[in-house]
Design a protein around this ligand. Structure first.
Ligand code: ATP
Length: 199
């Protein structure tokens, strides 16, 4: 499931639409301090559903939209697209190429697309959940993350192993089934009370 392209448009310092091609082997991105290298990894995490604005070094989600510079007006929208070669079907989506897009307008409207079809954030997160590429996975290690992992509590560290072992998806499904079961039990209790009142 190689990542083949990252297209960044209006996200953080990327005022111009920029396409980064990932060929086979290692791709190195170099540049002076403040030139936008970290913004690239943040664009990757953002398009995969990152919703914790602090981890994107902002205060408000709209901070990811190009805010303007001395020579450029601020942009009204940020858009990032990731393109994967999915011939091995490692992403559970029946297409040889999978393009995932996230778009945010200054008005606050936002949308996710998979192969140009609008989807929910949940669908994007689920797409990546067992691929080893979810927003918390070790596939993306930002500055300071190694220290954070080493200093984290054992239960937080367990999350990393669960993700790597591919059990996170089932754990989430178990949690939502347990919630559903609890709701159904509550409903049953209420129905029993009503039946007793009517008897
Ligand atoms: P270093 O090597 O120091 O870690 P870097 O190459 O990783 O730097 P980044 O941290 O990715 O650089 O980029 C920081 C730059 O992005 C800063 O110049 C900052 O002003 C700019 N930037 C961040 N958010 C926005 C935004 N919303 N609009 C315009 N520019 C932004």
């Amino acid at each position: 499931m190689p990542l083949t392209e990252l297209i960044i448009d209006g996200f953080k310092s990327f005022a111009d639409k920029t396409t980064i091609h990932f060929n086979q082997g290692i791709t190195g991105i170099v540049g002076p301090n403040g030139s936008g290298k970290s913004n690239i990894t943040e664009a990757l995490r953002w398009v995969m559903g990152e919703s914790r604005i602090k981890s994107l070094r902002g205060d408000n989600m709209k901070d990811v939209i190009f805010a303007g510079s001395q020579f450029r007006k601020p942009m009204n929208r940020a858009e990032v697209t990731l393109i994967f070669d999915n011939r091995d079907r490692q992403l559970k989506f029946d297409s040889d190429q999978v393009a995932v897009t996230r778009r945010l307008l200054r008005s606050g409207d936002s949308e996710y697309l998979i192969n140009k079809q609008q989807v929910r954030q949940k669908d994007v997160r689920e797409l990546f959940l067992d691929s080893g590429l979810s927003q918390n996975s070790l596939a993306i290690i930002s500055q300071g993350r190694v220290d954070q992992i080493l200093n984290s509590k054992p239960e937080d560290r367990r999350f990393i192993f669960e993700e790597a072992a591919g059990v996170l998806h089932f754990k989430n499904q178990k949690e939502s089934a347990a919630n559903q079961l609890a709701k159904t039990s509550d409903n049953l209790i209420r129905i029993n009370d009503i039946v007793k009142e009517l008897e």
